[in-house]
Design a protein around this ligand. Structure first.
Ligand SMILES: [Zn+2]
Length: 96
């Protein structure tokens, strides 16, 4: 399987590390960490993830190459990658 790094081009899967769901938004920092709402938003941010069947936006790390993080839109059933992009850019392709 090849993954297209936005900076290096197509490289073998073994050069990359999956870093997680790119759609999860970090909750705002509480003024005092003891005030974090662990029953709701922080609990969901740290522990809960969707398990989608279909297109999913993910964060990948080119750990054995340029060592940059980027986003990829991957189909979780076929593993086809429709697009990759730097973290600051939008992904295209797939049916999202
Ligand atoms: Zn790279």
């Amino acid at each position: 399987m090849l993954i297209k790094c936005p900076w290096c081009g197509d490289r073998a899967l073994q050069e990359f590390s999956y870093q997680g769901d790119a759609t999860v938004a970090r909750p705002p920092e509480p003024a005092d960490p003891a005030d974090a709402n662990w029953d709701d938003e922080w609990y969901q941010f740290v522990y809960l993830r969707d398990d989608p069947k279909g297109w999913h936006d993910e964060v990948w790390h080119h750990i054995q190459g340029c060592r940059k993080h980027f986003k990829a839109r991957r189909h979780t059933v076929t593993h086809v990658i429709a697009d990759t992009a730097p973290m600051s850019e939008e992904l295209k392709g797939g049916d999202k």
